[in-house]
Each structure stands twice: as structure tokens, then as C-alpha cells.
Ligand binder design. Structure first.
Ligand SMILES: NC(=O)c1ccc[n+]([C@@H]2O[C@H](COP(=O)([O-])OP(=O)(O)OC[C@H]3O[C@@H](n4cnc5c(N)ncnc54)[C@H](OP(=O)(O)O)[C@@H]3O)[C@@H](O)[C@H]2O)c1
Length: 303
């Protein structure tokens, strides 16, 4: 990091922050805090009703001082992501911070309209496609930040990304499915968030745009509520050991707002400190390979 960047003041006040997954949990808590700190917000959500309610909450919180734009997209659907990216480019002259936070897990193997496994589509391909489609605009904003919500769950993918099983046939088939295949699949997508950040940071070197990711910890949110009774019961038990969404959002807000991380890029954070991800998450070769695979799966190469 250059001394010039280190000493330059940065905060989200007056900046435009685009965030996915702000209608619930960690994203909602982060959006509230960023609004309080003076950011203007663009929220990308799949439900018009929830998006409007969230926008209203954010405006009320700051006595009407926060500008909140609503963008609608189903992040499992690449056509929907392309459409929303065009709309964002038409409506937003600058994007100072992009936060890829939306995420989910599916206990059953579901293929999307694009033929991708759904957990992979929403957790990894959506951040990849949205970011690369918006990248020129983000770069034009001068100094900017791209932040992606990963997870300690990446540790489950001990052998790295199964590039020979991208649609997770094996993960969701006997016997792997009985041994928690869906959880391991989720772990792979969160590992992909780290590798995506590594390669993005490398490609953006020297541009003034930094890319970082984080583990929010175990957080009491709506996560994993759509996977049946057993998953809901498990989450209810885990809630006892979970942090609040506000605590879970702390590192995300810090990465967006803090002057301390000026110039730092390609890193993984937990509790506002750099953390060391697993060996598979530190492989530059895997990061490059993932980038190529993602370009091919989204038919998008914008760098
Ligand atoms: N909770 C944890 O313990 C934990 C731990 C580590 C990492 N994380 C990560 O934190 C991030 C946020 O999760 P959370 O815990 O806050 O869960 P959450 O309360 O379920 O929030 C998830 C957000 O993502 C949105 N979303 C999901 N699928 C979408 C789609 N297809 N299109 C558009 N938006 C979609 C949801 O929209 P709706 O409101 O419409 O459902 C919601 O706003 C995820 O990336 C997750 O992997 C969570």
C-alpha cells in the first residue's frame, strides 16, 4: 500500500453503496448502519414488497436524509442479474462500494434456469456476474471497494472446489448427501467467495479499487429457514450461540467505511482483523481457475 493511499481519508458519508441481501439479517443490519453513517444506498432484492419496506425503514431511520434506490433481481437467474445490472448502470452514475452479501443454502439439489446448481448460482455466480457487469462503473468512481460476505463455512470444503462436479451431482447423491453433502456444497460456495476476492483483487491491482471478503461469525438471521423443519429446528438451537445481526454486520460495515483498510485488497477478515483462510482458500491457482470457470458459466468476460 502506498503512503498516499494510507493517509487519505475515507468514509461512506456521501458515497453510493450498492448492497445485495439487505432485506434481512446481516445485510439489513449493515444497510441501517451505513445509512446512519451517511451513505446513499442502492438495494438489490428479489421481493418488491420486502425491498420497499426496507427502503422505507432506512429512510425513516435517518429522518428522510438517506437516498435509497430499489433494484429488483432474482440472483439465481443470470438474465435477471443482467437486466438489473443494466438498470443500475442507467440509474447510478457512480458506485463507490459494492457489497455482495445475499446468500442461501439449499438442502436439495435444484438446477436454475441456467442449468447451475442453485447454492452455487446465488452464492458465487451472482456476485461474480454482478461485479463484472458493474466493474467499469465501479472503476470510474475512482477509489472504490468491493466486499463479499463469505463464511467460516468455507472450512468445510477441505479439498477445495470440486471443479469436476460443478453442478454438485456427487455432493447431493448417495452416499455424500447422507454425510451432509448440502453443507459441504455451501462450504464450497463460501470458499469460492474467497477465491473470487483473491483473483478480483489481483486483476484490480493499481486501479484504486480494492476487493475484500469477510466471515461475519455465526449470526441469528433468516438463514436456512426454507429447508424444512429439521433445518429450522437446528437453526433455532444454533440461535442460542449466535451473535446478533448488528454484531454480524460489524466487520462488513467496517470494511465499507473504515479508513484503516485503505489500499488493503484480496484479504479475508473476521471481527475487524485479517484472518487466515484455509490452504484451499489461499491457492492462487484455484482462484485463477475459478475465474475462468465462472466466465464460462456466465458467458461473461469483462476484465
Ligand atoms: N447467518 C450466519 O450465521 C452466516 C454465517 C456466515 C456467513 N453468512 C452469510 O451471510 C450472508 C447473509 O445471510 P444472512 O445470514 O443475513 O441470511 P438471511 O437473513 O437469510 O439473508 C439473506 C439475504 O439474501 C437475500 N437472497 C437470498 N436469495 C436471494 C435471491 N435468489 N435473489 C436475491 N436475494 C436473495 C435474502 O432475500 P429475502 O429477504 O427475499 O429472503 C436476504 O436479503 C450470506 O451470504 C450468508 O452465506 C451467514
Amino acid at each position: 500500500m502506498s503512503e498516499r493511499m494510507k493517509n487519505k481519508a475515507w468514509s461512506v458519508q456521501g458515497k453510493y453503496v450498492l448492497i445485495t441481501g439487505a432485506t434481512s439479517g446481516i445485510g439489513l443490519a449493515a444497510a441501517k448502519e451505513l445509512a446512519i453513517r451517511g451513505a446513499d444506498l442502492g438495494i438489490v432484492a428479489r421481493s418488491q414488497v420486502k425491498a420497499n419496506e426496507t427502503a422505507e425503514k432506512l429512510r425513516t431511520l435517518t429522518g428522510g436524509n438517506t437516498k435509497v434506490d430499489v433494484f429488483l433481481a432474482d440472483l439465481t437467474d443470470q438474465r435477471s442479474i443482467r437486466r438489473v445490472a443494466s438498470e443500475i448502470l442507467a440509474r447510478c452514475p457512480r458506485i463507490d462500494v459494492l457489497i455482495n452479501n445475499a446468500g442461501a443454502m439449499f438442502v436439495k439439489r435444484i438446477l436454475t434456469k441456467d442449468g447451475m446448481e442453485k447454492t452455487w448460482a446465488v452464492n458465487h455466480l451472482a456476485p461474480f456476474l454482478l461485479t463484472t457487469l458493474l466493474l467499469d462503473r465501479i472503476r470510474m468512481s475512482g477509489e472504490a471497494r468491493i466486499i463479499t460476505t463469505s463464511s467460516h463455512g468455507h472450512k468445510m470444503a477441505k479439498k477445495g472446489i470440486a471443479f469436476d462436479d460443478l453442478t454438485a451431482m456427487k455432493r447431493y447423491s448417495f452416499p455424500q448427501v447422507l454425510m451432509g453433502g448440502a453443507n459441504f456444497r455451501y462450504g464450497e460456495t463460501k470458499l469460492a467467495n474467497i477465491l473470487f476476492t483473491t483473483e478480483l483483487a489481483r486483476l484490480l491491482e493499481g486501479t484504486g479499487v480494492v476487493a475484500n471478503c469477510l466471515d461475519p461469525g455465526l449470526v441469528a438471521t433468516n438463514f436456512n429457514q426454507g429447508n424444512g423443519m429439521l433445518a429450522r429446528m437446528t437453526m433455532a438451537v444454533m440461535k442460542r450461540f449466535s451473535r446478533t445481526p448488528e454484531k454480524g454486520a460489524e466487520t462488513l460495515v467496517w470494511l465499507a467505511d473504515s479508513n484503516e483498510i485503505n489500499g488493503e485488497s484480496g484479504r479475508y477478515y473476521f471481527d475487524m482483523k485479517e484472518a487466515i483462510p484455509t490452504a484451499p482458500a489461499s491457492s492462487r491457482e484455484a482462484a485463477r481457475k475459478l475465474w475462468e470457470v465462472s466466465e464460462s458459466q456466465t458467458r461473461n468476460s469483462s476484465i
